[in-house]
Ligand binder design. Sequence first.
Ligand SMILES: [Zn+2]
Length: 411
Amino acid sequence: MYNVFFFLIITIILFGHASGLYLDHLNKKMWSDNVPDKLKGIIDKEKYKTSQYYYRANSNFSHISSSFFMVIILALLFLGGFAWIDSLARAITENRILVSIIFFGVIGMASDLLSIPFSWYDTFKIEEKFGFNKTSKATFILDHLKSWLLAIVVGAPVLALITWIYYVAGEMFWIYVWIVITLFSLFMNMFYSELIVPLFNKQNPLEEGELRSEIERLSEKAGFHLSNIYTIDGSRRSTKANAYFAGLGPKKRIVVFDTLINDLSVEEITAVLAHEIGHYKKRHSLTLMLYGILQTGIMLYIFSILAGNEKLTSAMGAEIPSFHISILAFFLIYSPVSRVISLYMNHLSRKHEYQADSYAGDLYKGQYLVSALKKLSVKNLSNLNPHPAYVFVHYSHPPLLQRIENLEENN
Ligand SMILES: [Zn+2]
């Protein structure tokens, strides 16, 4: 059991945890009592302090929760816990596919149950304390029940199909699984807004009024159909505001949170929408989708090399090689690779944000996007002075100051 793979997995877990702590430490070193010069005029002293308190509350909380889950995973690895769950599943059925489903069902259920107290604390203590929370306890519980339902109705059949292919298709299984995952994610991308979002939120076409007429003018100029713009009741869970682009081709839509409409002026909201239209015009979601497909293929190919490896199976404490034990061990070993890939994906996403900002600046009035971004960052208590290394690793959007600089350069 305690072979080279075992110690590789343990090293990866410990190193991943330590690097997370170090980056967080770098971020905290950027703190100051007074507002840094470059942020003067954007945020006042009081708000700046509050944003640091908010960061600290979140970071302390994530240290505790990530350490807790790390200890559990280490304990499961050292004590052969995954092999024990495997034998539990095998005691229930001899069907290989069902064994895998039960195995992941038990792990998924257990990790969700363990995470509930943490997300409860996050929602009803931290977010509540800083005035962001709007989630009722009933919504919180219903959200969890709905996500379990989704895991059973959608997740389990897809998992069963993949497991089946793994056992019957031989060495080339990874190509078939790649096709299945690609088709599934294309389908989800197309129908996410119509099938999944309505389970959790209400979406409505944009109402008549001043905002709609302003956006009408913008969409005409940009050649974007206004019928694809929706509002969503984000205020049901949080006061934080957002807007996003979803879907592909005829199923594309821009979704605006009702909270954004409450917080910003008509011109500012229109500027934010111009940014989202920029993502569409520059084909950003298509690009990300293609990268995602490529990544999945690479990952599955590497998995196909390691799958069923006896040493890998025994590193998890198990004796019988199986799909679920292999894939679990694989994901633990693969995590440094996926971290490197996510570095690149974050870099690409930040580049996309600059492009969408510049597009919005050209199409509409750039100064309104600047003022919208300022208002939102201050209101959401974003970290306005993050460490560059932290941004490099974690940020999918550039920090506020860089976005403003980029917009001002282009106008
Ligand atoms: Zn964007």
